[in-house]
Design a binder for this molecule. Structure first.
Ligand SMILES: [Zn+2]
Ligand SMILES: [Zn+2]
Length: 158
């Protein structure tokens, strides 16, 4: 199918399948059962981000609905997923030299294309047991749902 042909938003399952194709190409041994996809309209500054919770060995890839509505769900998405799969395969690397070496080896793009602030975000879990909301924040902000404090449970890479 020619580029630009797909205008309709894929489902999270379809994006997961697209990510598996990128995995097959880049990291065939990498397991994907612990990776979940979310589409968000609130994510505006970057095309996608990867949240990692080491204690649960779990990843959540959040994909910006608005970004890909604008730039396309075909070629652009696979380019961005190729960047994000490195964060899944090398969750501790951040955007370090290790990341750069993998990026160059795989021919992935450097950063997501839209400009955003590159400050490191924390992944927090709300301490309120009935809430347990997972959220990201630059500071140790309280839970946006219930106001309880959160504890740091992982990292966020964009
Ligand atoms: Zn909460
Ligand atoms: Zn990144």
């Amino acid at each position: 199918m020619p580029e630009g042909q797909i205008r309709k938003r894929p489902t999270p399952d379809e994006i997961w399948s697209a990510l598996c194709e990128v995995r097959d190409e880049c990291y065939p041994m990498l397991k994907m059962g612990n990776v979940r996809i979310e589409i968000s309209d609130r994510l505006k500054k970057v095309a996608a981000k990867v949240c990692w919770i080491p204690s649960e060995d779990r990843f959540v890839v959040t994909v910006s609905g608005r970004y890909f509505d604008e730039f396309g769900w075909h070629h652009e998405l696979s380019e961005v997923l190729k960047h994000e799969i490195i964060h899944i395969a090398r969750p501790r690397a951040g955007h370090s030299k290790i990341f750069a070496a993998e990026r160059d080896r795989l021919g992935a793009i450097g950063y997501c294309r839209s400009p955003g602030d590159r400050k490191k975000k924390l992944l927090l879990e709300c301490q309120n047991d009935t809430c347990s909301w997972i959220y990201s924040s630059l500071e140790r902000d309280p839970c946006p749902k219930c106001g309880e404090n959160g504890r740091v449970v992982g990292t966020v890479e964009e």
